[in-house]
Design a protein around this ligand. Sequence first.
Ligand SMILES: CC(C)(COP(=O)(O)OP(=O)(O)OC[C@H]1O[C@@H](n2cnc3c(N)ncnc32)[C@H](O)[C@@H]1OP(=O)(O)O)[C@@H](O)C(=O)NCCC(=O)NCCS
Length: 194
Amino acid sequence: MNRPVPSDSAPSMPVSTPVAAIEGLSVRPLTDADIDAWVTEERMACPHALHAWTPENYRSSLRAGYWTRALCQADDVAGGAAGGASGERVVAACVAMDGVDEIHLLNIAVARGWQGRGLARELLQMLYERCHQRHAEALWLEVRPSNARARTLYQREGFVDIGVRRDYYPAQEGREDALVMRREIKLEAAHALD
Ligand SMILES: CC(C)(COP(=O)(O)OP(=O)(O)OC[C@H]1O[C@@H](n2cnc3c(N)ncnc32)[C@H](O)[C@@H]1OP(=O)(O)O)[C@@H](O)C(=O)NCCC(=O)NCCS
């Protein structure tokens, strides 16, 4: 995934609503209070800790006012200790940056124990809805060619390969390329004519 560009605008306040498709989970924007616990989860979720976002990546995204979504489980259900200050434990998160008529998915991750249950798909659905709301005609992302799981997800969701950015990511030995993928968003006629 991409790394955010710092800026100074304020983050939005969280409003948590139940996720209809996944019992026991709610969704809201990510907050500063979530970051430390979530980054620990994300490191364990990734094939290598180097692939995970850092706390500063998340903090600068929140400062920049980027769109975020966190899928959360209440601490009393999750067992308490690993949760954040909000009384909820983040089990999946997603960050995206709005462009003029496109949106760039910067990061998406699902806690290891929650993978394979449709959470990433659920977050992508929320992102498609945002694309429609903003009349964004395309969704872009970068992914490591070695990340077979993520690539399968994106291919099944209709993303296509667009190109390669050479030596884009830090890797265990040197650098790794990024595969650039794009998904067209079919806007309804009413949106397209606005
Ligand atoms: C990639 C990732 C976000 C997928 O999250 P997830 O919640 O497990 O994905 P979902 O359950 O929504 O699965 C959706 C699709 O992903 C793919 N997928 C999920 N788990 C997979 C696995 N173990 N092997 C291969 N493909 C897999 C499948 O295409 C699946 O669709 P299917 O159920 O119809 O087969 C998750 O594995 C993750 O957090 N990985 C570490 C962080 C990361 O790599 N993020 C992507 C950065 S570009």
